[in-house]
Write a protein that binds this ligand. Structure first.
Ligand code: H79
Length: 421
């Protein structure tokens, strides 16, 4: 392997600074799979929508035909980025190439890309990169480095190609790397390259990471570049949890949970299992209280529309964040250990503990323990007047507070000095 990489802790810390502040990002899964949208030849294909080619074992020659029908005339980059911005999301990661191998960007390496193979002929990644820059949203690419069901040497498709005849090194050196070079040189600053499951060996993972660094040293590389499914950071810049998986406890390292609003990443016409905004807010709080980031997915249609139920949820989350964002952005994980059945979760900044009360106790009085400092004021974050909440402090216990909001009442406890938390 040719690429070598040595870098200091300072370089790493500097690279991660915006990401640690951001907490909440938009994931976008968009590709040819949005056309069948979970149905093939009249049959419902179970599972996540972007896996349809695999699940239905659709031959490349047939699946390729979808490109001729991909014409998302309703796509509007600025509208999408505004949806993310209004939701309070600070970064956006979109599928440049998913496992089906279709390139949603203009590539010189293959004609199997949105500019050369579709009637649409535009490069939506260019438009999104530009819109993100305008709106101050960080922009990143998802890139499937292992699985490619279209490329004869990519992994995963053994219904068209004989696995014994595949040359993965050739795919990597002559296809993946040049494509990464395109993504890292043609679209301005790239905040994240989101590699998915998993590089075949640690050597390949390190080589790919160094390859990314060569073009944009500030680009954050996702944890799934690592072949080990272990949860420690490993080769990427941060730890990526499993899809929709939230750890039980606080984790000291940087980590992220990618999540869906319904049960699919790529659009499926009949997946109506939408989580409510309340559930999404509580997941965001849970993740941030444990020190993580939440990368929440939308799966736009083949016309280029983000499904209306997603938009509604995101608007409601954004409205909550407008009032309560101080308790999310730039916060630290909870200094108090909470158990899954505790009615509250915490985030913190110097001198302030944000107590997210997810379910106000039935008797109507909140009790918080483990407060290792004197509380001098308590109020609801959502209250513009910061009116005093009545409480009693008894050692490490603070009790007697009554609720305001049905979903998450953020109570701010201001400390007498900034030594804790
Ligand atoms: O991009 C999204 C997924 O497509 C991708 N990661 C997120 C962010 C992903 N790649 N692999 N996986 C998820 C694991 C996939 C497992 C399954 Fe299946 C795919 C379960 C059902 C379909 C494997 C193939 C087991 C059954 C069929």
């Amino acid at each position: 392997m040719k690429e070598k990489l040595e870098e200091s802790k300072e370089e790493h810390e500097k690279r991660m600074a915006w990401w640690r502040e951001a907490k909440f990002g938009m994931f976008i899964h968009w590709g040819l799979y949005a056309i069948p949208a979970g149905m093939w030849k009249g049959k419902l294909i179970p599972g996540i929508g972007e896996w349809i080619q695999f699940r239905a074992k659709i031959p490349v020659k047939e699946y390729e035909q979808l490109a001729k029908h991909f014409n998302p005339v309703k796509f509007n980059a600025e509208e999408w980025v505004k949806v993310a911005k209004e939701a309070g999301m600070k970064y956006l990661v979109i599928t440049a190439k998913h496992h089906d191998g279709f390139c949603m960007f203009h590539s010189e390496l293959t004609d199997y890309n949105i500019v050369d193979a579709t009637p649409f002929k535009r490069d939506p990644m260019k438009e999104l990169a530009e819109a993100c820059r305008k709106e101050g949203i960080k922009f990143g690419f998802y890139y499937s480095q292992l699985l490619d069901w279209h490329h004869p040497d990519g992994a995963g498709n053994d219904w068209d190609y004989d696995p014994n005849k595949k040359n993965f090194t050739k795919y990597l050196e002559e296809y993946v790397k040049p494509q990464l070079r395109e993504l890292l040189t043609n679209y301005g600053p790239i905040a994240v390259i989101w590699f998915d499951i998993y590089s075949p060996t640690p050597e390949i993972a390190r080589d790919l990471k160094a390859w990314v660094r060569r073009f944009q040293p500030d680009t954050i590389v996702s944890g799934r570049i690592d072949p080990n499914r272990r949860w420690d950071k490993g080769i990427g810049d941060y730890m990526e949890r499993g899809d929709n998986e939230i750890p039980e406890h606080r984790i000291e390292e940087d980590w992220e949970t990618p999540g869906t609003i319904n049960d699919t990443w790529g659009f499926k016409s009949y997946d109506h299992n939408w989580k409510s905004s309340g559930v999404i807010i509580q997941k965001l709080v849970d993740i941030v209280s444990k020190g993580g980031n939440y990368l929440l997915n939308v799966g736009p249609t083949a016309e280029g529309i983000i499904p209306e139920p997603s938009i509604r949820v995101l608007k409601e989350v954004g409205a909550w964040l407008k009032k309560n964002g101080e308790s999310i952005y730039g916060t630290e994980a909870s200094p108090i250990i909470t158990r899954p059945d505790d009615p509250y979760k915490c985030t913190a900044k110097q001198g302030k503990l944000y107590v997210h009360v997810l379910a106000w106790p039935w008797d109507g009085e909140l009790e918080i323990s483990g407060i290792k400092n004197e509380v001098v004021k308590a109020y609801f974050l959502a209250d513009p007047d910061c009116r005093d909440l009545k409480y009693k402090q008894d050692g490490e216990e603070v009790k007697g507070m009554k609720p305001l909001d049905p979903v998450d009442n953020v109570v701010v406890l201001e400390m007498s000095n900034e030594e804790w938390p």
